[in-house]
Ligand binder design. Structure first.
Ligand code: ZN
Ligand code: ZN
Ligand code: ZN
Length: 386
C-alpha cells in the first residue's frame, strides 16, 4: 500500500485522498496518467514517462495547457530528481536533445524486441492498383484473403481505422494525388456547411478553393473526400468479412471504468478474430495470437494537416506493427495506401526509426518548423463565424 494509482477514473474524494497521502510522504510509488505529474512528493527521486512520444501527454483543453514532458523536466531540475523517458519510437524533440554534444540527456538503446523476435515484415498494398483492376472495396484482395483465413488458422488480427472526426482531404483514387495548399506543404481540408455546399480550405494559411470533380494530375473522376468514421467502416467490414468475428475498440466502446480491459480480455479469450480500432490499438497490448496488424487507410494519417503528421503516423504504424507476432507464430504487417511512395511508408518498410528521425529533423529545420521554431495556435470560438 505504498503504491498509489492516480487517474481520471477516481472520484474527486479519492483524488484528494491520494494527493494528501503523497504530500505526507505516504507513497513510495505513484502510477498515474498525465496529471499525476503534479502530485507533491517530498522525496522525489525518479520520474518515468513511458511512451513519451504519446501526444496525450499534452493537455490541450480544458485550460491550463501543459505538456507533462516539460513539467517533468522542470520538476527534475527543481527537485533534483532523475528523469527517464521510455519509447520504442521517441519523439523528435527528445531524440534531438539526446543527440547534442554534451547533452544533458543520454540515449539508452534496447536492441532486442520481446523474446528477441524480429519486427514483422511490412507489406504495402497499393490501393491505386486495386482500383485500376476494378476492385472498389474498403479491403484490398490481399487483406481480405488474409483476414478470411484467420478463423481457420486460429489466429487474430488488429486493424487500424482512421480516427473519428478526422479532417478529410481530397485525394485521387487513381493516381494517389492529394490536393495540397499552393502556399503551404499541407493537404487542403474539405469543409461543408449546413446547406450542403463544400469547399477546400488550408488550415495553415486559410487559402480557399473550389472542389473540382476531376483530378488535376491525371484527370480521373475517382476523386473524392477521404475519411470515414469508425462505425461506417465497421458496417462495411461486417459485410465484406462474412464469418469473421469483429470487435470494435475505440473511444465509444471502451467507455467507463475498465472498459479497455474488458474488451481486451474478450479479445484475448478468443471471442473475436479481429480487433478493429483507432490509435488506441497501438498502445502496448500484448496479445500472443495476433499475427497480423493491418492499416486500413494509411492516407488518413499521412496527409493530416499537422506539423507532426509524418512523425506521428510513423510512430503509430510502428507501434501497431509491434502488436503482431509477439507469440510463437511470426507476425506480418499489411498497410493499405494510395501513397505507397510516401516517405513515411518507405521508412516503415525500412524499419530503422533513427534514419527517419535524422531526415525529419532536416526537413523541419529546412522549413523552419518546430522544434526549430516555436508555433502557437490561436483558437477563436463563438456561436457564429461572423
Ligand atoms: Zn496554406
Ligand atoms: Zn489522379
Ligand atoms: Zn526518407
Amino acid at each position: 500500500d505504498r503504491v498509489i494509482s492516480f487517474h481520471s477514473g477516481l472520484s474527486d474524494g479519492e483524488r484528494i485522498k491520494a494527493w494528501r497521502r503523497c504530500r505526507q510522504g505516504g507513497a513510495n510509488v505513484v502510477v498515474g496518467t498525465r496529471s499525476a505529474i503534479f502530485l507533491p512528493m517530498p522525496q522525489l527521486g525518479l520520474i518515468v514517462l513511458d511512451e513519451e512520444h504519446d501526444s496525450s501527454y499534452k493537455q490541450e483543453s480544458p485550460m491550463p495547457c501543459y505538456h507533462a514532458r516539460d513539467v517533468a523536466r522542470i520538476r527534475m531540475e527543481l527537485e533534483g530528481a532523475r528523469l527517464l523517458f521510455g519509447s520504442a519510437t521517441p519523439s523528435l524533440e527528445n531524440w534531438l536533445l539526446s543527440q547534442q554534444d554534451n547533452a544533458a540527456m543520454g540515449l539508452l538503446e534496447l536492441r532486442d524486441r520481446i523474446a528477441a523476435r524480429p519486427l514483422p515484415p511490412v507489406h504495402v498494398v497499393d490501393m491505386r492498383q486495386e482500383l485500376a483492376s476494378g476492385h472498389r472495396r474498403l479491403l484490398s484482395r490481399p487483406l481480405l484473403d488474409r483476414l478470411m483465413q484467420l478463423p481457420e488458422r486460429q489466429e487474430q488480427a488488429v486493424v487500424l481505422v482512421p480516427r473519428r472526426g478526422y479532417s478529410t482531404f481530397l485525394s485521387c483514387r487513381s493516381c494517389g494525388e492529394v490536393v495540397m495548399c499552393p502556399h503551404c506543404d499541407v493537404s487542403l481540408t474539405v469543409h461543408r456547411n449546413s446547406r450542403g455546399d463544400s469547399w477546400l480550405r488550408c488550415h495553415w494559411c486559410d487559402h480557399r478553393q473550389e472542389i473540382s470533380d476531376r483530378c488535376g494530375h491525371c484527370g480521373s473522376t475517382a476523386f473524392k473526400p477521404f475519411g470515414a468514421g469508425t462505425q461506417r467502416v465497421m458496417d462495411t467490414l461486417e459485410q465484406e468479412l462474412e464469418g469473421v468475428r469483429l470487435l470494435r475498440f475505440d473511444r465509444d466502446t471502451t467507455r467507463g471504468r475498465d472498459g479497455h480491459q474488458r474488451l481486451l480480455q474478450q479479445f484475448a479469450a478468443g471471442e473475436a478474430d479481429v480487433l478493429v480500432g483507432t490509435q488506441m490499438l497501438a498502445k502496448g497490448m500484448d496479445l500472443p495470437s495476433v499475427t497480423l496488424a493491418a492499416v486500413l487507410a494509411a492516407d488518413g494519417q499521412l496527409h493530416r494537416p499537422d506539423v507532426r503528421a509524418a512523425e506521428e503516423s510513423l510512430q503509430l504504424m510502428l507501434q501497431l506493427a509491434g502488436r503482431a507476432g509477439r507469440g510463437e507464430r511470426p507476425g506480418e504487417v499489411l498497410v493499405q495506401t494510395y501513397s505507397p511512395d510516401h516517405r513515411v511508408i518507405r521508412h516503415l518498410i525500412d524499419g530503422r526509426y533513427g534514419r527517419f528521425l535524422e531526415e525529419e529533423a532536416s526537413v523541419r529545420q529546412g522549413a523552419g518548423l518546430v522544434p526549430y521554431s516555436r508555433a502557437c495556435i490561436l483558437r477563436l470560438a463563438g456561436p457564429a463565424a461572423s
